[in-house]
Write a protein that binds this ligand. Structure first.
Ligand SMILES: Cc1cc2nc3c(=O)[nH]c(=O)nc-3n(C[C@H](O)[C@H](O)[C@H](O)COP(=O)(O)OP(=O)(O)OC[C@H]3O[C@@H](n4cnc5c(N)ncnc54)[C@H](O)[C@@H]3O)c2cc1C
Length: 430
């Protein structure tokens, strides 16, 4: 692991040759994308400043090691919000761009790189300042490129204007998967943000029952004045911590089924117009410190796939497969995607995406996920590399058919093939 002191030290690392190098942000990708066994993993604590916020234009110039949390805290009080936020704010700008992350607003706003107007990339061959209209090839190979074109050091992003730190949220409960998917198809366009939690643990007809949460930023007139006037806008999470020394596999089939049952029952059948703080709406897990410990020492597998709009049946197949094989998913999250970005490795594509958290342990899990990979690939879909640790390499080119474009750009900016990760080696991305 290297933490260069300054730009010259970073350049020296890139020029040094050796057994590969990959940048790392806050390590929130679930698999091996930010690891490089035998090589160098570069962190960027020296690049964590917010350089400039143009409050009139709503544009921010930020160093790539800064977290989305820091950006949000800097901009919210000034009436601006990141254009896209994943399910945690504890990611760096570099990591967010390298995975071209999506949020609950993908159906409306696309993923994050669509809102980037310029970025600086340090590659072994030199420094590149690129934009969607300046060396678009390198820009889009980097957007979603999982660090394989170089180290992003800074970026300029367009922000979203907001009037408050609250969300206006509509919650609806559905007894089956078809009903929630129909409601999303019919009504998502009326909301900026939409996400459905799906119960994959219930058996039979109830498999896929769901709670749909949709909302938008509250306007000033939506939020009643508190006594003492308005307080400064803030993010407001819960502050829970998972204690150490919990029994192994606290989250097992039984507890996960019980959690899903309680979650479903607790949700209102229909509650519209509820005010929720930003943190609770966007980043519920950020309020629970060390939530990953709940899974015990064996941990869990994140599995997320996307399929086109005509392949909603793959979502049904996945839910039925998990339910029938009694493979419990603690959280199953369904979203609709709008059109994807042009990056050859960018994950989102118009249609559906389902994300699953599956505790490691059941002997049928690996083969079941392999089977799902096949179903997803056959439907023209793909899995999310930022969450992958197990895809078979032979499926990669089917899921990401534009790999040769990425390879051509990489040969141009990194002729010696210095930029490598455990993920790129495992999947044979060259
Ligand atoms: C609770 C939780 C919820 C999540 N929800 C979502 C979600 O809703 N949507 C979504 O899209 N993702 C989601 N993710 C995944 C996460 O947003 C991505 O994995 C993101 O890339 C993590 O950023 P990071 O800074 O931790 O990067 P890391 O995990 O450290 O690295 C991720 C990738 O980015 C590359 N990278 C990091 N920094 C740079 C840089 N400066 N220059 C070039 N490449 C770089 C790395 O090489 C690696 O390939 C979630 C993750 C968690 C833990």
């Amino acid at each position: 692991m290297a933490q260069p002191r300054d730009g010259a030290a970073l350049r020296a690392l890139l020029d040094a040759g050796g057994h590969g190098l990959i940048p790392r942000g806050l390590g929130r990708s679930y698999g091996d994308a930010a690891q490089c066994g035998g090589g160098t993993v570069v962190e960027l604590p020296h690049l964590s400043r917010i350089r400039e916020l143009d409050e009139d234009a709503g544009a921010i110039e930020v160093e790539a090691g800064a977290s989305l949390d820091a950006v949000m805290r800097h901009t919210l009080g000034r009436g601006w919000f990141p254009p896209v936020t994943p399910g945690t704010r504890q990611v760096t700008i570099g990591g967010a761009l390298a995975a071209d992350v999506h949020g609950k607003n993908h159906h409306r706003d696309g993923s994050i790189c669509r809102h980037v107007t310029e970025l600086t990339l340090e590659a072994p061959g030199g420094t590149h300042v690129v934009a969607p209209d300046r060396d678009a090839e390198l820009f889009w190979a980097t957007a979603g490129g999982m660090g394989l074109t170089g180290v992003i050091t800074r970026a300029t992003l367009r922000l979203l204007p907001v009037e408050t730190d609250q969300m206006v949220v509509d919650t609806d409960r559905f007894e089956d998967l078809d009903a929630v998917m129909a409601a999303m198809e019919e009504g998502d366009h009326r909301y900026r943000y939409s996400v459905a939690w799906v119960d994959c643990t219930a058996g039979g007809r109830r498999a896929g029952r769901a709670v749909l949460t949709r909302g938008d930023h509250a306007r000033r007139e939506d939020v009643p004045l508190r006594r003492g006037g308005r307080r400064p806008p803030g993010i407001q999470d819960g502050h829970l911590r998972v204690p150490e020394g919990l029994p192994a596999h606290l989250l097992n089939g039984l507890t996960i089924r019980a959690f899903n049952e309680a979650w479903y029952r607790r949700a209102p059948r229909r509650r519209h117009g509820e005010l929720q703080p930003l943190g609770r709406f966007f980043h519920p897990l950020d309020g629970v410190a060390d939530w990953n410990r709940l899974y015990g020492p064996r941990g869990f597998v994140q599995y997320q796939f996307a399929v086109g709009p005509a392949h909603g049946e793959v979502v049904r197949q996945a839910v039925d497969l998990l339910s029938a094989r009694r493979l419990p998913s603690f959280l199953a999250v369904l979203k609709r995607f709008g059109p994807g970005d042009p990056g050859p490795l960018s994950f989102p594509m118009a249609g559906w995406t389902l994300a699953l958290d599956l505790p490691v342990g059941p002997p049928t899990l690996p083969a079941s996920l392999d089977e799902l990979d096949g179903v997803v690939a056959a439907a023209g879909g793909r899995v999310y590399l930022a969450k992958d640790a197990r895809l078979r390499p032979e499926l990669l080119a089917t899921m990401y058919p534009r790999l040769p474009e990425l390879a051509a750009v990489r040969r141009r900016v990194d002729p010696a093939g210095m930029l490598r990760s455990d993920l790129s080696r495992r999947l044979g991305i060259d």
